[in-house]
Design a protein around this ligand. Structure first.
Ligand SMILES: Nc1ncnc2c1ncn2[C@@H]1O[C@H](COP(=O)(O)OP(=O)(O)O)[C@@H](O)[C@H]1O
Ligand SMILES: [Mg+2]
Length: 373
């Protein structure tokens, strides 16, 4: 073998050995005249399960699925009419064995021996497309499963909330009245000790009744119906701040109960999860809630002054943030979590109003009834 020291010449386009390139190409290459394939390389014919010899001469429309015919013909006509020179699109080819092959095609109008023709290249993207479809299907299944779990959970919570409210609340209230009677009947000096015990017990009873009311409302926020979304959220944040000894700054503007019950419940659940996260992860000293409602939107901002959302490693299996964004998605709201001005975490939720009917009507309605006691 001899080696040459001179550099190989740069080729001009006419010298490029196109024939070899086309025949070995891993992309399909084809030429169409009068809506028939007049050339196909091995790769293109193989995409349809044929040899080039079998494939050439076939009509374009016979090589695609019936629902693709109209688009294939329309794209062909547009290029033949000179409306556009080339088009890239995806279509569904029909293989010899009846299977579908999904093709990414890019073909241009050319002149071929004095006749108008289409010269194109094609990629077989069947696997990618099938994988994407499979992924979309399983995502949709997952979403509907999550919705089902959520609905079941909400109705279970509602049942427990009713039990706590009606049964436990009723029993506690009866006990409270009995204790109040003991307090009244032990006013005389010899019973002073019992009187004091009963008085303390009465205070404890009232606290227990209040706690049961809070628990019942957190499981099923009937306050949403009674007091509206703004007040319910304000109260939730204030209760949370008191429980965790944080400073709470809450403000709300323009409440006119435009957010329907089902969406209000989802927003309430989002805030509950965000508050749990603040308690668990933020190490904050202050929590701020800003609510703004207009004819066309409901906006919510929840800020903490803690360590910031990026500062902790994410636990495996965390679904809090995921479930928050799924809830927002379900009602057509946009939800963002990021860094608050001056550090900490900021959650913003924006819901366009009025809501389309299916969203507004979705979910379960909550019964309007007071707390226990
Ligand atoms: N307010 C916050 N401040 C700091 N970190 C947060 C806050 N909210 C969420 N995070 C971070 O985001 C992660 C994911 O939250 P989440 O999905 O609710 O899971 P989990 O609360 O179960 O850890 C948390 O583990 C935490 O690291
Ligand atoms: Mg969480």
């Amino acid at each position: 073998m001899t080696s040459s020291t001179t550099e190989p010449p740069a080729l001009v386009i006419d010298d490029v050995p196109f024939r070899g390139i086309v025949e070995q190409s891993l992309a399909g290459v084809y030429v169409v005249i009068d809506e028939r394939f007049v050339y196909a390389n091995d790769t293109f014919a193989a995409m349809f399960g044929y040899s080039p010899g079998e494939f050439i001469g076939r009509r374009m429309v016979d090589c695609v699925t019936p629902d693709s015919v109209a688009e294939v013909q329309a794209n062909y006509q547009r290029r033949m009419a000179g409306e556009v020179d080339s088009i890239r699109y995806t279509t569904r080819g029909l293989r010899k064995d009846g299977q579908i092959v999904v093709l990414d095609l890019h073909a241009s109008r050319v002149d071929c021996r004095g006749r108008p023709a289409l010269a194109g290249v094609a990629l077989d993207i069947t696997d990618t497309v099938l994988r994407q479809e499979e992924l979309r299907r399983s995502e949709a299944q997952l979403r509907s499963l999550m919705r089902r779990i959520d609905t079941t959970r909400e109705s279970e919570r509602a049942r427990l909330a009713r039990e706590v409210h009606d049964v436990l609340g009723g029993m506690l209230t009866s006990a409270k009245f009995d204790i109040a009677r003991i307090v009244r009947r032990t006013q005389s000096e010899p019973l002073a000790e019992i009187h004091q015990i009963a008085t303390d017990l009465l205070t404890l009873m009232q606290d227990t009744i209040d706690t049961a009311r809070v628990i019942s409302n957190e499981m099923r926020p009937t306050s949403l119906d009674l007091l509206g979304l703004h007040t319910s959220l304000r109260q939730a944040v204030e209760r949370f701040a008191a429980r965790h000894r944080l400073e709470a700054l809450v403000s709300s503007q323009g409440e006119a109960r435009r957010v329907p019950g089902a969406a209000a419940l989802q927003i309430y659940r989002i805030v509950q999860e965000a508050l749990t996260n603040i308690a668990r992860h933020a190490q904050a000293s202050r929590v701020t809630l800003v609510l703004t409602e207009t004819d066309t939107s409901f906006e919510l901002r929840l800020l903490d002054d803690g360590c910031g959302i990026g500062s902790n490693p994410c636990r495996e299996g965390s679904i809090g943030l995921f479930s928050m964004s799924e809830r927002a998605r379900e009602i057509g709201a946009t939800l963002q979590l990021g860094q608050a001005p001056g550090g900490g975490t900021e959650l913003t939720l924006s819901l366009p109003l009025p809501l389309p009917t299916p969203v507004a009507a979705g979910g379960q309605s909550h019964s309007a009834s007071g707390g226990p006691g």
